[in-house]
Design a protein around this ligand. Structure first.
Ligand SMILES: [Zn+2]
Length: 488
């Protein structure tokens, strides 16, 4: 039994002042009791409970990650004299060069470093939208799930919870033959994809058992994914949506780029979201990533569907994608979560700040989203959506603890939490703490991160930092040694 006494704790739904938090040996919450001092709630002595002068909050879910892209952050922020334009498609060429250079070992080292950093910023769970399936020329590995294994080991070493979404990718742009640099991503048929999912599930189960992980909530999970409407035949998209299991999430990129919308209209006779809503029955497990380019009717129909969108504001900003119509989507009750996607930024606080600021800049007003929070605070609206819907992007419905509220910190729930502290925060009224964290302090106030009661981050540093950094540095050096001339 472990006891922690803190200044405050946000369960995800309400604040508890001066809580004594009690955890059992498998990292689940036994009790959270409100009191002024540890003695007053029966802690055996004030010294037995660890004392924290700041605040605990539930960890957040990063609902969209391509971990390998972390290797190229900051390396595509320039133009060359031969560039006629510089946009998403220019960035994608550089990203393909990177994707075709990575070994299984490099993927594992880069991902481990990324996941350890995500923990330091306040995420306790990540959804990996994974499409680097095969060897660089498209030939199959003898162990077909070699990369699934690498990602699992990265999650287990860093300690983060991971949902892997192996992605079905089968063609170039809307029925065009895939290019030579897309071979690594391709499955030959939906049958091959299903067989891969079966093998991936076995790999995850082996990894989880091998690590002797205790606790009721699995550390590794599996979802289904379709890369995009452009990368999969329309009939196969309908089949996969119809056949997906009832549990587990389904993720798909959609309407990120204006060109993609125009190509979709030509190929399928409808805009991407319009087509998906009319041709596939969406459920609460479905996550539409980006959905940037929407008409008014698409916005309304998507918001009132069962699905949610996964917004990646800093990546969408970095790639010049466009603005998601958050005010009209929120006004219709639309649900959303956040992801760091290309990892140009790792802070969930910054993702939320960007989402809010782009709405302020467009509407030339302050707090345009606060109207959608019960307490009238922008921070509450932003944090609650990211938290509660983020958990649905990993699908924990089998845990029986999800409602609108996600997985509130309460007895019986694994202690997946972050501890935040700074001098300004200590003087901030509880009802303004989420505002303060999102609009000011952000990741800088994250001091500790716990997953299943295990403290993985202490004094703002991951416990395995040294060995993780060593592996990461040597692989990153090798990767860029070979790549630099091609991308610059
Ligand atoms: Zn993506």
């Amino acid at each position: 039994m472990k006891q922690i006494f803190a200044q405050g704790l946000y369960t995800g739904e309400k604040w508890i002042h001066s809580p004594l938090i009690e955890l059992n040996d498998v990292g689940e919450i036994v009790a959270i009791t409100e009191a002024k001092t540890p003695q007053a709630v029966g802690a055996k002595s004030p010294h037995k409970a660890e004392v924290r002068p700041g605040y605990f909050l539930p960890g957040l879910v990063n609902a969209h990650s391509h971990s390998f892209q972390y290797a190229m952050v900051g390396r595509s922020e320039f133009i060359t004299t031969t560039d006629t334009q510089n946009d998403f498609w220019t960035w994608r060429r550089a990203m393909y060069h990177l994707a075709l250079s990575l070994s299984k070992e490099a993927i594992q080292a880069i991902t481990t470093k990324l996941y350890s950093e995500l923990l330091c910023h306040g995420y306790t769970e990540v959804v990996e939208f994974h499409y680097l399936h095969h060897d660089v020329d498209g030939s199959r590995y003898s162990n077909s799930t070699a990369h699934i294994e690498a990602l699992s080991l990265a999650a287990l070493e860093s300690g983060i919870r991971l949902t892997i979404v192996p992605v079905y990718y089968a063609q170039g742009n809307f029925s065009k033959t895939a290019s030579s640099d897309q071979q690594r991503f391709l499955f030959s048929s939906t049958n091959e994809y299903r067989e891969f999912l079966t093998a991936a599930r076995e790999t995850l189960e082996r990894a989880q058992v091998g690590m002797h992980i205790l606790g009721k909530t699995p550390r590794l999970r599996l979802g289904w994914g379709i890369h995009s409407l452009r990368a999969v035949d329309a009939k196969d998209i309908q089949t996969l949506f119809a056949d997906r299991p009832n549990s587990g999430p389904m993720h798909i990129h959609i309407a990120e780029q204006a060109k993609e919308v125009e190509d979709c209209k030509e190929a399928l006779g409808a805009r991407p979201v319009e087509w998906l809503l009319s041709n596939c029955e969406l459920t609460a497990n479905d996550c539409l990533v980006h959905a940037t380019h929407l008409t008014e009717s698409e916005t309304k129909n998507l918001a009132t569907s069962a699905a949610q969108v996964v917004l990646c504001p800093t990546t969408e900003g970095n790639l010049g994608d466009g603005f998601f119509p958050i005010e009209s989507y929120a006004a219709e009750g639309g649900r959303w979560s956040i992801g760091s996607d290309s990892h140009i930024n790792l802070s969930p606080w910054e993702e939320l700040r960007w989402l809010d600021y782009q709405a302020r800049l467009r509407t030339r007003s302050r707090n345009p989203l606060a109207i959608f929070a019960d307490d009238g605070h922008s921070g509450t609206y932003l944090w609650q959506n990211a938290w509660a819907n983020g958990h649905k992007a990993t699908d924990e419905s089998d845990q029986g603890q999800l409602g609108r509220s996600g997985r509130a910190l309460s007895p019986g729930v694994p202690f997946d939490a972050i501890y935040m502290e700074d001098e300004h925060l200590k003087q901030t009224p509880p009802e303004m703490i989420l505002d303060y964290l999102i609009f000011h302090a952000g990741s800088a106030a994250v001091q500790e991160t716990y997953v299943q009661g295990r403290r993985l981050v202490k004094e703002a540093q991951h416990g395995q930092l040294q060995s993780i950094n060593q592996q990461f540095a040597s692989h990153l050096r090798e990767v860029w040694k070979g790549l630099w001339p091609k991308t610059h």
